[in-house]
Design a protein around this ligand. Structure first.
Ligand SMILES: Cc1cc2nc3c(=O)[nH]c(=O)nc-3n(C[C@H](O)[C@H](O)[C@H](O)COP(=O)(O)OP(=O)(O)OC[C@H]3O[C@@H](n4cnc5c(N)ncnc54)[C@H](O)[C@@H]3O)c2cc1C
Length: 166
């Protein structure tokens, strides 16, 4: 749905009806629905603040980078940021070694950009945008069919989802 729409326009009934319409009928039939507790429209946006350090200010998580939800990378990269930052802070305060803090931004961004690329790719492939040219639409469909026919493509998807090393 476009950002010009509003969650207020979507009653629970309208939401569940639309979701069921988009699911295979055998899945839709088994869906158990209930009252929603919160509704919002998530913008499909990407943003990276570089560098992730300014003096003694260290940025991490959504404060530094945003991905569209399609790739499920937001919390994951927030976690890796904190892993790098935490080890840098421990080294600094326990061993008087600032190397980890000095390398924090570069190290975190290397992983963040991989997540950005993956989320952008998943979003582009899975979403239909009204202004997509026919040529680009065809490429998206080929990308998707490649996933269903190639173990190498599936391995790459799985690695980006759950296997990027710290
Ligand atoms: C619907 C949805 C689904 C998602 N699904 C996934 C997923 O499947 N996988 C995934 O990896 N990521 C997912 N994400 C993204 C993920 O939730 C975020 O990337 C992650 O929570 C970012 O963590 P953060 O600590 O940087 O920010 P946040 O989790 O937003 O934490 C910031 C905290 O700061 C607090 N705060 C704000 N202002 C102030 C202030 N002035 N003073 C004190 N406190 C303040 C806020 O209340 C909040 O608790 C999803 C996000 C949404 C919205």
């Amino acid at each position: 749905m476009p950002l010009s729409d509003s969650a207020d326009n979507w009653s629970d009934d309208a939401f569940w009806t639309e979701l069921k319409r988009r699911l295979p009928s055998e899945v839709a039939e088994q869906l158990i629905t209930g009252a929603t507790i919160e509704k919002s429209i998530a913008p499909l946006r990407s943003y990276v603040a570089e560098p992730m350090r300014y003096g003694n200010l260290f940025l991490a998580g959504d404060a530094a980078h945003i991905v569209p939800p399609t790739g499920a990378r937001g919390l994951n990269t927030a976690g890796s940021d904190i892993f790098y930052l935490y080890t840098g802070l421990v080294d600094f305060y326990k061993k008087n070694d600032a190397t980890g803090l000095e390398q924090y931004s570069e190290k975190a961004l290397a992983r963040v950009w991989k997540a950005q690329r993956f989320a952008w790719w998943m979003t582009t492939m899975l979403h239909t945008f009204p202004d997509t040219p026919d040529y680009d639409q065809k490429l998206k469909e080929i990308d998707m069919s490649y996933l269903f026919t190639s173990n190498a493509a599936l391995s790459s998807l799985a690695e980006n989802y759950v296997g990027l090393p710290y």
